[in-house]
Each structure stands twice: as structure tokens, then as C-alpha cells.
Design a protein around this ligand. Structure first.
Ligand SMILES: Cc1ncc(COP(=O)(O)O)c(C=O)c1O
Length: 336
């Protein structure tokens, strides 16, 4: 099938760009040194491509992602890089033979892991992002508590999410050095082999971790596109022009904010060339056509501002090589 024959909106993955992104990352973070984050793409088909490229361990953000990965036979080494207070669904995965590690940052989450049947944990350390993670000086105490509950403490994780999008590379690098100094100190108190962290924006700046948790690099988005990273835009959304207002100088396509994650800003219209986005509403994208002759029925292509929520709106990827659709991958790790 030709890409222009797809019903729209359609979530498009360019397979050649995806494979180039996988290869670029693997040259620096090969095999188990990369723990790709499933939250960015929510697809076992894409995860299997990563496993085939040598990355057998994965990060997840939700129980549903953990379950889906294990059910697909991708449970070799799954890290729920997030806190849960009811870990029983994880315990079921352990009973079925998956290797499951969960992040803990409190007595409550340690107890939940132990009570739920999880055997392995990472102490999640706050390295500056106001989200989960214990204060660095509490990490050793929590590790002792976890060992007291019979849990294997594999090490620490600390995600520098407040830094990954900084446009100033020098500021990003400086911030990573400071954040990772506190993670290293926490690791000394905790012990274990694993120091897990990092993301797409800090992939070549974070040098003190044992494994990188990047996910967005695979498909990319325009927020990361501004940073000059060596990863190409593999993800786009195809739409169709459903209305043209010649006198007003604008056209309207059938892709709106219900099919695009907009929390990192507007998408970028890449087709037709020269089109300028005015605004997105629920089901519509309005763009100017002064410099481009656009007709009802024409195709549009946009690059999303934020990959993770964009993907979560869709049931499937249409996988293309050039303009040919070569496969369809379910976005099968959505929901909770
Ligand atoms: C815990 C954690 N690790 C790593 C990442 C890195 O992801 P990305 O590659 O999208 O920057 C994220 C993204 O939100 C995250 O939540």
C-alpha cells in the first residue's frame, strides 16, 4: 500500500530512520548498557527490534507496559522505573518467570515490593527533577530497609529529566555532572552493580551511569529535534486536507490535539512544504497556504512536539519505507 492511501490520521514510522537511530545509539551504548524506555513507543514489535539489536533489558513506566512486555516474551530484565504501591501484578510476572526490578523511594514502596512478590529493587534517587526519588542521603537507609525485607538491591537509578531538554549544551553537561555526583554518592551508600539513568538529551553527556534509559531517540520529536542530536525524526502523523479557505489564506487538515501530544508545543508541518501552522484544535490543524497551492484531499505530514503522548493516542503504527507501507505495528502497551 502507498502511504497516501492510508486512512488518516495515521501514525507513521519511517523504518530506515528508526534503524539508523537504533544503530547510532548502539555504537555508544551497546547491548545491556542500553535499557531502552518503553514509555516512549509502547509497542512490543518495536521492542523486539531493539532486542534483536542486542538490547534485552527494558525500562517501563506502567504496570501495563511490564505485563505486555513479559507476555510478549520480552521479560528477560524489566525495570519498572517508577513507584507503585500495589506490586501484586509484578509478583505474578515474577512467578511466570520474568525478571522484574522495581524502583523504590520510600518505606511504603519497599514494603509494597516485598509484599507483592517482587524480589529485586533499585533505590530511586532524586537528582534534581521534582518527581519521584528519595533524597540522596536517604538512599543507604532505604537500601538497608529493603535488604531487611529480603529484597535484592541491584543498585540505584536517578533520572535527570530536568536537564534532558536544555538547549544550551554546556549547561546540560554541567547539570548532568552535578546530578550524577549526587547519584554516585548515593550509589556508594547503597551498593549493587547498577547505576541507571539518563535520557535522549543526555545520551552522550552522562558518563557515570552503567546503563542509559533513553527512549525518545528511537522516534524523536521536535522538542528534542532542537538540540542538534544525531537522531532523525522517524515519527510523523499523516493527515488529509478536509477544507480550504482560499480568501482567508488557510487550509484545515484532520489532525488535531486529540491525535498529537502538545504539551511540548505545536507540531511542525513538514508537508506541504512552506505551510505554516496557525493552530491545532481538537480534530483540526489550521495552516496558512499563501505560498503553497493546497487542495481538498491533499496530504499533510506533521512532526509531533512530544513523542510519548502522541503515541499513546494511537492504536497502531504504519511502518513505511519511503512512501510504501511495509508493516503495521500495534501500539499494544497503552493504558494501565
Ligand atoms: C525514568 C525515566 N528514565 C528515562 C527517561 C528518558 O527518556 P527520553 O529518552 O525520552 O529522554 C524518562 C522519560 O521521561 C524517564 O521517565
Amino acid at each position: 500500500m502507498h502511504v497516501d492511501d492510508l486512512p488518516t490520521p495515521a501514525l507513521i514510522v519511517d523504518l530506515d530512520v528508526l534503524d539508523a537511530n537504533i544503530a547510532t545509539m548502539a555504537r555508544r551504548w551497546s547491548g545491556a548498557r542500553l535499557r531502552p524506555h518503553v514509555k516512549a513507543f509502547k509497542s512490543t514489535a518495536l521492542a523486539r527490534r531493539l532486542a534483536d539489536a542486542g538490547h534485552q533489558g527494558f525500562c517501563c513506566a506502567t504496570l501495563r507496559e511490564m505485563e505486555g512486555m513479559a507476555a510478549a516474551g520480552l521479560g528477560h530484565d524489566l525495570l519498572l522505573a517508577n513507584e507503585v504501591l500495589d506490586a501484586r501484578r509484578l509478583g505474578v510476572l515474577v512467578e511466570r518467570g520474568a525478571r522484574v526490578t522495581v524502583a523504590v523511594d520510600s518505606v511504603e514502596t519497599i514494603d509494597a515490593a516485598a509484599d507483592g512478590g517482587v524480589r529485586e529493587v533499585l533505590v530511586d534517587v532524586n537528582v534534581g527533577l521534582p518527581r519521584c526519588g528519595c533524597p540522596p542521603d536517604q538512599a543507604g537507609i532505604l537500601a538497608e530497609r529493603a535488604r531487611g525485607r529480603g529484597l535484592e538491591v541491584r543498585g540505584v537509578m536517578g533520572y535527570e529529566g530536568h536537564l534532558v531538554g536544555l538547549e544550551d549544551r554546556a549547561a546540560r553537561e554541567q547539570g548532568v555532572a552535578e546530578s550524577m555526583a549526587s547519584l554516585t554518592a548515593a550509589h556508594q551508600a547503597v551498593g549493587g552493580d547498577v547505576v541507571s539513568g539518563g535520557g535522549t538529551g543526555t545520551w552522550d553527556l552522562n558518563r557515570s551511569i552503567t546503563e542509559l534509559q533513553a527512549g525518545s531517540y528511537l522516534l524523536m520529536d521536535t522538542a528534542y529535534g532542537h538540540l542538534g542530536l544525531p537522531f532523525g525524526p522517524a515519527l510523523s502523523l499523516a493527515g488529509t486536507v478536509i477544507s480550504v479557505n482560499q480568501s482567508g489564506g488557510y487550509a484545515v487538515a484532520d489532525v488535531g490535539l486529540k491525535s498529537l501530544g502538545m504539551d511540548h508545543g505545536d507540531p511542525t508541518v513538514v508537508e506541504p512544504a512552506g505551510a505554516k501552522l496557525w493552530f491545532c484544535s481538537d480534530e483540526h490543524l489550521t495552516f496558512s497556504v499563501r505560498d503553497a497551492a493546497v487542495r481538498v484531499g491533499d496530504r499533510v505530514r506533521v512532526h509531533p512536539g512530544h513523542v510519548d503522548p502522541t503515541v499513546a493516542y494511537h492504536e497502531r503504527y504504519q511502518v513505511v519505507r519511503g512512501r510504501q507501507v511495509v508493516d503495521t505495528w500495534p501500539v499494544d502497551l497503552r493504558n494501565w
